[in-house]
Design a protein around this ligand. Sequence first.
Ligand code: APR
Length: 223
Amino acid sequence: MIFVLTGAGLSAESGLGTFRDEGGLWTQYDLSEVATPEGYARNPVKVLDFYNARRANAAGAVPNRAHDALARLDRAGRARLVTQNVDTLLERAGARDVWHMHGRVDHAKCDKCGATWPAPERMCPFDTCGACGAQKVRPDVVWFGEMPYHLDEIEAALAEADLFVAVGTSGTVYPAAGFVEHARMLGTRTLELNLEPSGAPFDDGRYGPASRIVPAWVEEILD
Ligand code: APR
């Protein structure tokens, strides 16, 4: 099984931008204000509007050839897809089971009881939870300082993988950034598919736009 970790670079050519490239989201917004529990507590309207805009962008985006190729690999039963992205372009490209370790911008969550449901187009602080009625609704997105989803399953999948591939991620945010070292410690081969080398210790790397290098790699795997 191939463990595939994806980041914002996978969706960049679908127009969703990245975080740390020139013009990226964290060059436009202070992440401590819009992507932390403290920022949400200070100004819920600002945070909900930030995610309302990202939800609209994601809904209007179209999967690119890299999403299509990874969906093919998933449907062929050859890959475990794990994404740091909160868009659902892999699912829209036909992937059946994607682990969103940083959550999904198209889902809402109750901070009181933990219930999750499909988010409305626009969320506001007065929304209430359908399950417990609390007025503590937030995007189902993992903020800095919070525990990512699927970590136990991810550890088990890394132990089973015979290849670890990272697509479109700068490898700067843990725990995802530590997966390549974990794979190497297990003796698993590692491959980076990225616009440019991230500097993380991969055995091999192919560099260029994901929409070109990912389909080429997947064709080799499936041939
Ligand atoms: N094709 C392939 N790779 C690309 C492309 C492209 N067209 N465009 C950009 N990239 C690469 C960049 O070179 C960079 O290495 O994608 C990576 C994007 O890095 P980041 O912006 O840091 O995004 P990511 O690694 O996904 O960030 C991880 O940080 O802010 C948090 O929760 C957020 O999930 C995010 C996490």
